[in-house]
Write a protein that binds this ligand. Structure first.
Ligand code: BGC
Length: 783
């Protein structure tokens, strides 16, 4: 009998052990898994396994993806796999080579977000994102760390190239399209950097001091729009603080606004090394700490033990992490190939970039090249060392593969002046080492190669047209310095000399701007015949620029940021770290990375470094220039085409609370082309001062052949017209008559319509994120 009891007990215990072993994560047993986890496991799971960033050392992953910045902790006994995060958003960034084989792990270097965003075409961005996500999937990466779409508050911001726009609706819609594209492949997106992360100088510790209105209408708005559109699997908080708290420690931002007001259901992670207090981050609802650290693991364990952190908070965060885990490819043990279809993605890198090219000027039909143009002269050092992308973790790893301008033109059938090639310095392999920016230590580094009048005469005799390529670069970790906004003397001289020489010979000059964001143009834009802004065009730069020059593609990009006459004209420039000179060790960049962080964020210390006050309020970008009547070089929304468009039959219809605006766009010129149409709305005079007009919708035609028309439809609801009243903590749409402007740019209105709101609309939101000090905000002049 005793033996039987012992045997039965053994069987029972063995069953228990087997049962426990069988407990495996499934989409429907997350609660049970959380209950089965030890405190140590929980503390680890909320800490990333940052690969090259440190991370929590006790977990070294089984299948490493070199160059992936991080991922999540694995707990094999519960069937919880590690997830991998890959950086973006301009392509997947992983290491090109690995220690154990000779294979090259390339990824496609897509064009900068600013360039593709200038297409004003969500579908293009969706497709680019799909290709990037396919590369993630094929390399075993579960989450793409993008889109990045902080508002371009000042063009000197180091990451301008990585962002979409100065306008929150446009930025949010395009980021939403990117997210949808990524997630349609089964890869998680991470919308970043949440929020008010608008400068790189001291980015790890700067306190952004912003009014509730500017936050809601501008800086949070872009995220609200994107999140509403596409439910991203993850959100990445930023490094900076908002009104006194690091974003990752800011309960008001994460629980009240993101999850409360907006109903966000996904997971939140820090930016890499963001924030200071792990316990506070847990409480704030920042579920995952990236890249994670052993210090944070220990602190969280101690805090639960001594009661500073309720274990249920940890459980809540873990629940959200596991909800992400079960959606990912790693959870399904997807047999990734390590062989993405790079060939197919090259086509996308080429066509998407061309969609964003902005024709700023085109006198005397300099573009497209006339059929008589066969020989092309390239001037400007950048012409022989083109800049495919900005600097930073957003870059992809194409192994320095980039189609040069010379190669692109040759493949398109042109002859490029060989003597000029020989006279320019050879392209460097990796000219922009991150994080210090381009090293320009010798005095001649900024100087362009110039020629004598005789040399120019000889060159104009053998070439049919001249291209002058001007290049500036910027990137993560530092902001651009003031002089970088202007062409330097030798660049201007080059534009003048080349134009004078070619005009004397009856030939034309086209300037290509290979730049990270706006530059000063007023003092020189009258000189050349044509100017094409190509921003930073990705690995297919030479090919697609040749497509546009040749006329195989008609440019249809329009500016998503204002090109002001002077850097000091930007409304944020008084409250932005504008440096006159490069900081030591940081090339042409200012500031550089700083990691010291105070325990608490205050409104003292060095202005624009320790704290930055957003005194321009909602008057960011065109909202300022247009409202205050400040002339610019090129307005928001501006861009020419090889063809011309006529706008007709503009109509507005109201049904329920929705206005539908239609307009017929006809191609009246002689080339195929597309047109991006914008709908701005002016509000009636009310209690709040408001921008003169604000972008409320946009649409783009398909490719129209000469004579063809398309009727575009744009809808705006009464809620979309709301402004934020901080005193009442609510969105308000006043009743009255609104003016709808159908426009080709903010300064080129083609038709004006009016629509009535017959009763006011209000929506209260949580009264949070108040600034620590009063802000002397800009107010619009009386209308
Ligand atoms: C950047 C993020 C990036 C992360 C991981 C950070 O420094 O701000 O955009 O995703 O690094 O590499």
């Amino acid at each position: 009998m005793r033996k039987k009891i012992i045997a039965a007990t053994w069987i029972f215990l063995a069953g228990l052990v087997a049962g426990a072993q069988e407990l495996r994560l499934r989409p429907d047993n997350i609660d049970e898994i959380v209950r089965a986890m030890t405190l140590e496991e929980k503390a680890h799971l909320v800490n990333g396994i940052g690969t090259f960033w440190g991370g929590s050392a006790s977990c070294r992953t089984l299948r490493d993806i070199p160059g992936a910045p991080g991922g999540t902790y694995e707990i094999p006994r519960l069937g919880i796999p590690a997830l991998y995060m890959g950086d973006g958003p301009l392509g997947l960034r992983i290491d090109e080579t690995r220690d154990y084989d000779n294979h090259h792990y390339y990824a496609t270097a897509m064009p900068s977000s600013l360039l593709v965003g200038s297409s004003w075409d969500s579908q293009v961005i969706y497709e680019v994102a799909q290709d990037i996500a396919e590369e993630c999937r094929d390399y075993g990466v579960d989450v793409m760390l993008g889109p990045s779409f902080n508002i371009i508050r000042n063009p000197l911001g180091g990451r301008t190239h990585e962002y979409y726009s100065e306008d929150p609706l446009l930025a949010g819609m395009l980021a939403g399209a990117f997210t949808e594209g990524v997630q349609s492949v089964g890869i998680g997106a991470s919308v970043k950097h949440f929020a008010a992360n608008n400068q790189e100088t001291n980015r790890n510790a700067v306190n952004s001091v912003v009014s509730q209105r500017a936050l809601r209408e501008i800086y949070l708005k872009a995220f609200e729009v994107a999140i509403d559109r596409c439910a991203p699997w993850t959100v990445m908080t930023s490094y900076n603080g908002i009104n006194g708290d690091w974003t990752s420690e800011n309960r008001e931002l994460l629980e009240d606004v993101l999850r409360g007001d907006w109903g966000y259901k996904g997971m939140v992670m820090t930016d890499w090394g963001g924030g200071v207090h792990p316990v506070q981050q847990m409480l704030a609802g920042n579920d995952l700490l990236e890249a994670g650290s052993d210090r944070a693991v220990q602190e969280i364990i101690e805090a639960v033990k001594d009661g500073r952190l309720d274990e249920s908070v940890l459980d809540r965060n873990i629940h959200r992490i596991l909800e992400l885990v079960v959606k990912c490819f790693s959870f399904r043990q997807y047999p990734f190939t390590n062989r993405p279809d790079l060939e197919a993605h090259r086509a996308m890198a080429r066509t998407s970039a061309a969609e964003g090219a902005i024709l700023l000027k085109n006198d005397h039909e300099a573009l497209p090249f006339a059929p008589s143009v066969k020989k092309v002269a390239i001037y400007g050092k950048t012409g022989y060392n083109v800049i495919p992308g900005g600097i930073g973790f957003n870059e992809s790893n194409s192994g320095n593969y980039c189609i040069s301008l010379v190669e692109g033109l040759r493949l398109a059938g042109y002859t490029v002046d060989y003597d000029l090639i020989k006279k320019h310095p050879k392209a460097g392999a990796s000219p922009f080492p991150f994080p210090f920016g381009p090293q320009q230590d010798n005095a001649d580094a900024d100087k362009e190669i110039s020629f004598t009048p005789d040399e120019y005469r000889a060159q104009t005799a053998v070439n049919d047209i001249a291209l002058v390529v001007l290049g500036h670069v910027a990137g993560e970790g530092s902001d651009r310095i003031k002089p970088d906004f202007y062409l330097n003397d030798s660049e201007k001289q080059l534009v003048r000399d080349v134009t004078a020489a070619y005009h004397e010979a009856g030939k034309k000059v086209v300037v290509l701007l290979n730049i990270p964001g706006p530059i000063e143009m007023d003092s020189w834009k009258d000189i050349p015949d044509a100017i094409l802004c190509i921003y930073q065009g990705g690995e297919q730069l030479g090919n697609w620029v040749a497509d546009v020059l040749k006329g195989a593609v008609t440019p249809s990009g329009k500016l998503t940021v204002t090109f002001a006459k002077d850097i000091m004209d930007y409304p944020s420039s008084g409250n932005f770290p504008i440096a006159e000179e490069k900081a030591q060790m940081s090339g042409m960049m200012a500031g550089g990375m700083r990691f010291e962080r105070k325990d608490k964020m205050t409104v003292d210390g060095e202005r624009n470094k320790d704290y930055t006050v957003y005194e321009e309020g909602v008057y960011v970008g065109y909202r300022y220039f247009d409202t205050f009547g400040v002339p610019v070089s090129y307005p928001f929304g501006y861009g020419l085409s090889y063809t011309t468009f006529d706008y007709s039959d503009a109509k507005i219809v109201k049904e329920g609370d929705k206005f539908t605006v239609t307009v017929k766009v006809t191609n009246t010129g002689k080339y195929d082309g597309k047109e991006a149409v914008q709908l701005y709305v002016s509000a009636p005079k009310g209690k709040l001062d408001k921008p003169k007009k604000e972008l409320r919708a946009f649409a783009k035609t398909a490719l129209l052949h000469p004579g063809e028309s398309e009727t575009l439809v744009m809808t705006v609801s009464e809620q979309d017209l709301a402004s934020f009243n901080s005193a009442m903590s609510r969105w308000e749409t006043d009743k009255g008559t609104y003016t709808f402007h159908v426009a080709a740019s903010v300064s080129d209105v083609k038709a004006t319509l009016s629509g009535k709101v017959s009763k006011p609309w209000y929506q209260s939101v949580r009264n949070v994120l108040k600034p620590q000090v009063p802000i002397d905000e800009r107010k619009a002049p009386q209308r």
